[in-house]
Write a new protein. Structure first.
Length: 124
């Protein structure tokens, strides 16, 4: 399975997870089997707030899971509709979160976990 990570900057496996999917400048995609890393610039970075297009953002890359620091309800539901599970980051880096994901220790996110504008617990 390929897992995507919304990150601040491309630092490979040591990249820091960004606090919001739609505003992440870069995505790191890790192939769990081969450990190959692909970097994708966010192709939908300048979208209207609340109108994120995950397929465009990921430049058409296919992933089975996405790890994020935060995500809006629209992007979350669009990713889920594509069969992509979304997980909340529980550590600083891609490497740490990948280890937690593989150990079954990352929380899968559902609509109740989504950011609501710039209110509540969302840190973006």
């Amino acid at each position: 399975m390929k897992v995507g990570f919304a990150v601040q900057a491309n630092e490979g496996i040591e990249s820091k997870v960004f606090n919001h999917f739609g505003s992440a400048p870069v995505f790191i995609i890790v192939d769990a089997a081969s450990k190959e890393i692909t970097t994708v610039d966010n192709k939908d970075l300048n979208h209207v707030h609340g109108a994120c297009n995950p397929i465009k953002a990921l430049d058409g890359q296919s992933v089975g899971g996405m790890v994020v620091g935060g995500i809006g309800a629209g992007a979350l539901s669009k990713l889920n509709a594509m069969g992509i599970k979304v997980y909340g980051s529980a550590a600083a880096t891609v490497k740490e979160n990948l280890s937690l994901l593989n150990a079954g220790k990352l929380q899968e996110l559902f609509s109740m976990h989504a950011c609501r504008g710039h209110e509540g617990g969302c840190s973006h």
